[in-house]
Design a protein around this ligand. Structure first.
Ligand code: DLL
Length: 412
């Protein structure tokens, strides 16, 4: 499979000039809707001297105020909602770090948008109405499970709502129901690969956590499938904000008719042009990526795979290090299960990388890390099976050690 026709060619292959006009109209509509409320976003626009939507031009969007996760927390749970309560049909969100959840109210209109962008993502990956989609993203507040579910229904495919965990049962149903599409986190795809023999699977749509090109190669080889990346975040809609298609050459097509992208200081910023529950104007995602020209049949702006998160970036003795760069080196020497430990017990931070492999890789891996990152890391080689596995939710690959016991045995 090299390319799949778009789900909505009128929109996905639209003339870019006409799309910009549509985006500008939608932006102006959004600004009017926000100004119609007295909540934070409306107030900030007024402070900026914006009095109506037509004051705002798409090419000047960068002049408008941004909004951040901190603002969502400060107005928890629904202070930024603009739809009347009776229009809200469900709530999703993420558990987040530090136990502080972020909750997003959805209207029926928002669910329809989500189903549509997810149907585009699935179709672009080669799914059709005769596909069986094995969906092992978690169902619940997390958007992975239900996002794929809504899109699969829209495409009129058959969705198997597995959710995460209970690997034995997943393997059984993959054998019995012969799905062609697998949806789950990349780390869980590798967990499944441990137990799966030959399968009917053709394509996997993986996201919700960082993964590298090296990890893609590993998944593709072990499962004998095409592995595509899907990106999204609950604040914006969930999965489906951007997704690779079979012909997009490693870049992710952004559903930019609904989610207008910008990059500022490396950070992705999205404006939800059409959402009505809790629309966000210039939401700072904290995610680091680059924007690119369209690729393949679609005329949509594309984005790179995520390079990391602003807050994931480790600064070790003045050097900026993204965990994804460490992963790229790890996979040359060891299995895909690893843990990065940032030791901040003293003022000079140390970086430890624990992997599963044989002891003889230790020197070569330390040297490669030094070459790639420019700093010295302590490599710890454990026996296979000794590092924790993630079956449900996102893989934890970074531990910050500030005091007390080491996150793994054997560190002092
Ligand atoms: O993870 C939505 C999602 C579900 C995306 C299933 C893809 C597949 P949240 O739980 O709100 O939403 O977490 C959003 O996860 O800001 C990124 O930092 C990270 N993330 C999401 N997709 C990717 C990806 C879902 N493809 C946060 N690569 C985002 C790397 C990703 N990181």
């Amino acid at each position: 499979m090299t390319a799949a026709a778009p789900f909505d060619p009128k929109i996905e292959c639209m003339d870019p000039e006409a799309r910009r006009e549509l985006q500008e109209q939608r932006l102006q509509g959004l600004v009017d809707r926000l100004l119609g409320t007295d909540n934070l976003q409306g107030a900030r626009l007024k402070d900026h001297g914006v009095t109506r939507g037509t004051d705002v031009r798409l090419d000047e969007i960068h002049l408008l105020p941004t909004i951040s996760k901190q603002d969502l927390w400060d107005h928890y749970p629904f202070g930024l909602r603009i739809a009347p309560e009776e229009d809200v049909v469900c709530v999703h969100g993420s558990s987040g770090t530090g136990g502080r959840p972020t909750l997003i109210p959805y209207t029926a209109n928002d669910i329809e948008i989500w189903a549509e962008v997810m149907a585009r993502a699935l179709k672009g990956a080669g799914a059709t109405n005769t596909s069986t989609i094995h969906n092992a993203y978690g169902y619940g507040l997390f958007t992975g499970g239900l996002g794929v579910h809504h899109g699969g229904l829209k495409l009129q495919a058959t969705v198997i709502p597995m959710s995460g965990g209970m690997t034995e049962r997943q393997v059984r149903l993959i054998d019995d129901l012969k799905p062609d599409i697998l949806c789950c986190t990349p780390s869980y795809a590798l967990r499944l690969a441990d137990d799966l023999k030959e399968t009917s699977l053709k394509v996997g749509i993986f996201g919700a956590e960082p993964w590298t090109e090296e990890m893609r190669q590993e998944i593709q080889q072990r499962l004998d499938i095409r592995a595509l990346d899907i990106y999204g975040l609950s604040e914006v809609i969930g999965p489906g904000v951007a997704c690779e298609s079979l012909d997009s050459e490693g870049l992710l097509n952004i559903a930019e008719d609904h989610f207008y992208p910008e990059v500022e200081d490396g950070e992705l910023i999205f404006t939800t042009l059409t959402k009505t529950g809790m629309p966000l104007l210039r939401y700072r995602t904290g995610d680091v990526a680059t924007l690119h020209a369209p690729k393949g049949q679609r005329t949509l702006t594309t984005m790179s795979k995520l390079k990391g998160r602003k807050d994931d970036m480790l600064i070790i003795r003045g050097v900026n290090v993204f965990p994804t760069e460490i992963e790229a080196v790890v996979l040359q020497h060891a299995g895909p299960h690893y843990l990065i430990i940032e030791d901040r017990r003293t003022s000079t931070a140390q970086l430890h990388v624990a992997v599963e492999s044989t002891q003889d890789i230790k020197n070569a891996m330390s040297n490669n890390l030094k070459e790639r990152l420019g700093i010295t890391c302590q490599v710890h080689v454990l026996e296979p099976g000794k590092l924790p596995r993630t079956e449900v939710g996102k893989a934890q690959r970074l531990a910050r050690w500030t005091q007390g016991q080491a996150p793994i045995d054997g560190l002092t």
